[in-house]
Design a protein around this ligand. Structure first.
Ligand code: FES
Length: 211
């Protein structure tokens, strides 16, 4: 069958490296692509002394290009200092795969953003962020765009599950339009807390369900 993919893309798609989840990761992320709605999660373990990526895994709910890029970026990032891993670009990833069709650029962008977000998560949790912007409601809403609504596979902001976001003296209160005993309520609550709590000036996060 003729495909628009290079042999390398097909090989990484068929035998992706570093697929899966790391239990108790030092950093993790879930990114969704606005272009296609697909999702990728990245997990990292970082050596605290050398600040190198000791282990990395990814889970993709995306297409062949996304799986192949996830595979190649985990190979490129493994063993690298986080400062260096952060600079891996989608262009580099796509070149390492021998090229991707232009229409598939967003798939590799998604994987690379997943890697950067997982590193940022590690840095936030370890107080390593230098440029400390004060948290605003806009910053909180941006973060919430990375919380998935398992009912649809899209984020909780786009699917209008977030009814209200309040911020006062470092305390964040989020109202979710779902009943408290809904099967996904506790997963959503946990995800919201995970995304918001690492912000340096946030002291407490409470999540309220309507109904
Ligand atoms: Fe969605 Fe490739 S089409 S990640």
């Amino acid at each position: 069958m003729k495909t628009p993919y290079t042999e390398k893309v097909i090989e990484h798609f068929k035998n992706p490296r570093n697929v899966g989840k790391i239990e108790n990761p030092d950093g993790k992320s879930t990114e969704g692509s606005p272009a296609c709605g697909d999702i990728v999660s990245v997990y990292i373990k970082v050596d605290d002394e050398t600040k190198r990526i000791a282990d990395i895994k990814f889970e993709s709910y995306g297409c062949a290009s996304n799986i192949a890029t996830g595979s190649i970026i985990t190979e490129l990032a493994k063993g690298k200092p986080i400062e260096e891993a952060k600079t891996i670009s989608w262009k580099q990833a796509s070149e390492a795969l021998g090229g991707l069709p232009p229409v598939k650029a967003h798939c590799s962008v998604l994987a690379v953003e997943g890697l950067r977000a997982a590193i940022r998560d590690y840095e936030e949790r370890h107080g390593l962020i230098k440029e400390r912007e004060p948290t605003t409601v806009d910053v909180l809403r941006k973060r919430l765009k990375h919380v998935m609504n398992p009912l649809t596979g899209l984020d909780v902001v786009r699917t209008e599950l977030i009814k209200n976001v309040e911020l006062k003296d470092g305390t964040v209160h989020i109202t979710v339009d779902l009943s408290e005993d809904h099967q996904f309520a506790s997963a959503i609550k946990e995800d919201i807390k995970e995304k918001i709590e690492p912000l340096w000036d946030v002291k407490e996060v409470t999540v309220e369900f309507l109904g």
